[in-house]
Design a binder for this molecule. Structure first.
Ligand SMILES: Nc1ncnc2c1ncn2[C@@H]1O[C@H](COP(=O)(O)OP(=O)(O)OP(=O)(O)O)[C@@H](O)[C@H]1O
Ligand SMILES: [Mg+2]
Length: 230
């Protein structure tokens, strides 16, 4: 884009010089100008290039976010800052953050945790996604509270919402693959089953749900720091 801009600048200068050098050229240029609305194009072209530049900058930052979210640019098992993972998950869900949802963040001092960062970020994403859905379905303003803490041998991540809550009779089904209460087309029912696989099977951790209808839900993830491979 920079080169295109420079190119147009040089062309403009050449046109001007040609116009100044001979009256015939000036006349010809004036005619072309009339036909093509050259002045307008000149001005507009610069604006167009600028907005192309802005657009590609925005695309670049989206791609960077996606790469760091999925950790494409890192080896699979890596020591990462989980608070950062929560932040990028929130960023990915920006379009769901309505003004009537208050976000509380209580990030504890966490050690770097060796894990499959891309998978762990998917878990954070799924939990926050569900929490925002639950607040939205409650048709009331609500709060999302994210808390992290570390204790010897473990880190704990909690995602709590003041949404609809989960009826006791379905609380033990929520981690089942394809279990969903959402309308057809809006939920696959895979979010929490993937969380379970990632946390319990792949990382030897625990995931628990505490919920009360009408009050809200808290999903608590615990990841062990022992047996850290790599
Ligand atoms: N924070 C929450 N508050 C209320 N209900 C929840 C919450 N999290 C999960 N649920 C219930 O558990 C079900 C399963 O959740 P899960 O994330 O596995 O699937 P889903 O959200 O329905 O679909 P998706 O595959 O898009 O995540 C949900 O349909 C919902 O009924
Ligand atoms: Mg979900």
């Amino acid at each position: 884009l920079f080169h295109a801009q420079e190119y147009v600048k040089v062309l403009n200068e050449a046109l001007e010089m040609a116009g100044n050098a001979s009256p015939e050229a000036a006349e010809a240029i004036a005619k072309i100008n009339e036909e093509l609305e050259l002045d307008y194009i000149r001005e507009d072209f610069d604006k167009l290039l600028n907005s192309m530049g802005e657009g590609s900058g925005r695309i670049r930052s989206i791609v960077t976010t996606l790469r760091s979210f999925s950790r494409l640019d890192h080896s699979e098992f890596k020591a990462v800052d989980l608070n950062e993972g929560l932040e990028s998950s929130l960023l990915m869900l920006q379009n769901k953050l309505k003004p009537n949802i208050k976000i509380n963040k209580h990030y504890g001092n966490l050690p770097l945790v060796k894990c499959h960062a891309g998978q762990i970020n998917q878990v954070f994403y799924a939990l926050i996604d569900n929490a925002l859905d639950a607040i939205d379905s409650s048709k009331k303003p609500g709060e999302l509270t994210i808390r992290t803490a570390s204790e010897p041998g473990w880190v704990t991540i909690s995602v709590r919402d003041t949404g609809t809550g989960i009826p006791a009779e379905i609380q033990d089904k929520i981690f089942d693959p394809f279990f969903t209460t959402k309308p057809v087309g809006s939920g696959t029912g895979l979010g929490l089953s993937v969380c379970y696989q990632v946390i319990v099977q792949a990382h030897g951790g625990r995931i628990n749900c505490v919920s009360r209808v009408g009050e809200g839900t808290e999903l608590i993830v615990e990841i062990p720091l022992t047996n850290q491979r790599g």
